[in-house]
Design a protein around this ligand. Structure first.
Ligand code: TXA
Ligand code: MG
Length: 324
């Protein structure tokens, strides 16, 4: 199959036509690129799992534009959903709700709940308006880093999907915050750029990082977001030593660290991740993808001492897990 990349109104229309024909299409969102199919067409959704090599027990997120369409895809919607929508949507928040029977089981991997998100990227909005509800995971090959540009999608899915709609680089750069609203107390299943503190201004939530490892969001149990090269985490004080040890062994090594840390490092090949969580989120995946092409080992600075980097550290820990 030939994979086309196109941008602008014309390709949004072609994308919507492909969706209506039961095809899959990659499209930009503000978080990462998604690989979409008609959320009501089980055969079309199956193609998403096939193109990505995604395990079928990992559910997809349904992407909508209008809040009123929530009633079509979900049922028993709690009042708090409207409050969260008002505060954060459209934007990088996924709400897990009771699933309506109209959503095929393949979308939710057989769960009786469904993840729903209202993306804010103008291209995503236009695309969904033309094609209807879109079921989509991130548009990477399963287990690889999520794509934040159309070229990243091409690297992973070339020849496997007909179209990538190019909407530029994703602004947020890490996947949405997932909140489960089916529990008595809402639960954060995946941290994101909308922080737990921000959500707690609207509703009290439970969040336990450890629990996520036993797969509250089914996808969290898989190795995710990993570069194809080795990847380790090191505290600032340990980076130079670790770097020199691996250079001595002839391992091509790269350091990814905050701007402040890079400024202090000596005789080290290092790239700047940014100054704050927003900047790190925005750059992390594209720097990992760039780094894996020319390096054998990426050392990433451990930012876990600072609560300010909580969500990016969650992704960095996953990136470093591949070889465990
Ligand atoms: O920002 C995002 O969320 C992006 C863009 C494309 O919207 N999507 C995304 O999808 O990152 P991805 O590949 O992470 O897959 C969806 C995640 C998985 O971790 C899955 O387990 C979780 O959402 N999920 C989906 N439905 C769920 C449900 N009903 N209950 C719990 N977790 C769910
Ligand atoms: Mg993903």
């Amino acid at each position: 199959m030939l994979t086309t990349i196109g941008s602008g109104e014309q390709y949004i229309k072609i994308g919507a036509e492909l969706i209506l024909q039961g095809e899959v299409v990659a499209f930009p969102t503000e978080t990462v690129y998604g690989l979409g199919a008609d959320a009501f067409n089980a055969e079309a959704v199956k193609k998403i799992y096939e193109a990505k090599g995604r395990p079928q027990d990992n559910p997809l997120i349904v992407h909508l534009v209008d809040y009123k369409d929530l009633e079509t895809v979900a049922k028993d919607i709690p009042a708090i959903a409207a409050d969260l929508y008002k505060a954060f949507c459209p934007g990088p928040l996924t709400m897990v709700l009771k699933k309506s029977p109209i959503i095929p089981d393949i979308v939710t991997a057989g769960l009786d709940t469904v993840g729903v998100r209202f993306p804010s990227h103008p291209v995503a909005i236009e695309f969904i308006k033309l094609s209807g509800a879109i079921a989509a995971p991130s548009a990477n090959a399963s287990k690889h880093i999520s794509p934040t540009t159309a070229l990243h999608v091409l690297e992973d899915l070339n020849g496997k999907i007909p179209l990538i709609i190019d909407g530029g680089a994703s602004e947020v750069g890490i996947e949405s915050t997932i909140i489960d609203l089916t529990k008595d107390t809402p639960e954060i299943l995946r941290p994101g750029i909308i922080t737990i503190e921000e959500i707690e201004k609207i509703v009290k939530v439970n969040y336990c990082d450890k629990k996520i490892k036993t797969a509250l969001a089914p996808g969290m149990k898989y190795i995710h977001y990993s570069p194809y090269c080795d990847c380790v985490i090191a505290k600032e004080a340990a980076i130079e030593d670790l770097y020199q040890q691996s250079i001595v062994k002839n391992i091509k090594t790269l350091v990814l660290a905050t701007d402040d840390t890079v400024a202090k490092l000596k005789n080290v090949s290092a790239w700047k991740l940014g100054k704050n969580e927003q900047e790190v989120a925005n750059r992390l995946y594209s720097l990992l993808r760039k780094g894996e092409k020319s390096y054998d080992l990426i050392i990433i600075e451990n930012l876990s001492d600072s609560a300010k980097f909580h969500s990016v550290m969650n992704r960095i820990e996953k990136a470093a897990k591949r070889k465990e």
